[in-house]
Design a protein around this ligand. Structure first.
Ligand SMILES: C[S@@+](CC[C@H](N)C(=O)[O-])C[C@H]1O[C@@H](n2cnc3c(N)ncnc32)[C@H](O)[C@@H]1O
Length: 363
């Protein structure tokens, strides 16, 4: 390795850059400790329990007391829990999880819930092993290989629960009018994952019929169980299917693809299927990442988040079988190009605010 001679200016940059990476590693380690708390039910045990000793937490959560103490101390220095008196003996200190932190760590339906962000840490380790090989090979990797479906659903659940019925569907006035008329409305979703979007809509509108399609059998199994558990299996169906293949099934009032187009090897094929399913009167809605219009450096946090997911997962998935290789950072002009190739004549960006997602109506 060549010896690098550093100038005084370089030295300052070394300090700043090394410091940034150290802080990133600290953040990753602290997130791993949050994930420990999530997996062991420690936050549930602490939430609303008031000041708690290590022994009380150990008893409530069924873990070894020495670990409970070490973890509580770690959580206190990381600013997750509060400690009553550091001067007390380790077994007598009492730790409190503030209600605001409990909300962030426990409430799966809240957009403030950061459990999925903690779960990214162990997931990234698995993705890394796949991607080291894949970077050399360059032939793409299947979605199912990454075991992402639960984490994916954990990320998108709060978005669907808080926005889909409240602001997304109303941004399609013709669809909304049909929904409010009480008539039977047929909705297809391609790349439905664990089916949370369809189940959310069907729960809100008793006349809606949903057909969800996804290539990933593990996702569809979870989606079917969720539809059954919600008592919706008579009108919410999920099927393992390649949505790039033409699908029969008649005309739908709405055909949706949510956070999936950037992941697929053949996005034009998917859009052609969606066009066919919508027929002459149905609406076509594509929801995908709210990227910048062009490659931007320095980038905002969301753009950095999207780029990080792309190199660890999405690009590889979209490169399977000689796929186009879009990746997570799907820019508006790329999506418009796919729509044009699929035979759509217009792509309207809907007036819906969301920090991560942009809604496109294709006609
Ligand atoms: C990032 S996930 C999004 C899942 C869900 N829409 C959500 O927002 O949580 C992308 C989904 O697209 C599915 N998918 C990819 N290619 C597909 C294809 N050709 N046909 C059907 N589904 C596909 C994947 O299996 C995966 O479930």
């Amino acid at each position: 390795m060549p010896k690098i001679e550093l100038t005084a200016e370089d030295e300052a940059q070394v300090e700043e850059f090394a410091g940034n990476l150290f802080m990133a590693s600290l953040a990753a380690m602290e997130l791993a400790n949050v994930e420990l708390g999530v997996r062991l039910g420690l936050y549930e045990a602490l939430a609303g329990a008031g000041p708690t000793t290590a022994g009380e937490l150990a008893a409530a959560a069924g873990i070894a007391e020495r670990y409970a103490r070490e973890w509580l101390e770690q959580q206190a220095v990381a600013g997750v829990v509060e400690v009553d008196d550091v001067a007390k003996g380790p077994d007598d200190r009492r730790f409190t999880l503030p209600d605001a932190h409990a909300h962030v760590l426990i409430d799966d339906d809240s957009e403030a819930c950061m459990k999925p962000c903690a779960a990214v840490v162990p997931w990234a380790g698995k993705a890394l092993d796949i991607m080291v090989e894949e970077f050399r090979r360059g032939t793409g990797a299947a979605f199912g290989l990454f075991d992402l479906h639960d984490l994916q659903a954990a990320f998108t659940r709060p978005v669907f629960v808080n926005h889909l019925v409240q602001t997304w569907l109303p941004a399609l006035p013709d669809v909304q009018a049909k929904l409010e008329s009480g008539a039977r409305v047929r909705i297809a979703e391609v790349g439905c994952g664990e089916g949370v979007a369809g189940i959310t809509i069907a729960t809100a509108y008793p006349e809606v019929q949903i057909d969800g399609y996804d290539l990933d059998a593990a996702s569809i199994a979870v989606a079917r169980d969720a539809a059954t558990a919600a008592g919706l299996s008579d009108r919410v169906r999920f099927e393992v299917r390649d949505a790039a293949d033409p699908l029969d099934g008649g005309e739908y009032d709405l055909v949706m693809a949510i956070e999936m187009l950037h992941d697929v090897p053949d996005p034009v094929g998917i859009l052609r299927t969606m066009k066919q399913l919508a027929g002459s009167d149905g609406a076509v809605l594509v929801v995908d990442e709210r990227t910048e219009d062009a490659f931007t450096v320095p980038a905002n946090e969301m753009e950095r988040f999207l780029h990080s997911f792309s190199t660890l997962h999405c690009l590889a998935v979209s490169m399977q079988d000689g796929g186009v290789g879009t990746g997570t950072v799907i820019r508006g002009d790329v999506l418009r190009g796919y729509a044009e190739d699929a035979g759509f004549s217009s792509v309207a960006t809907l007036d819906v605010e969301h920090p991560q997602f942009r809604l496109y109506r294709l006609s």
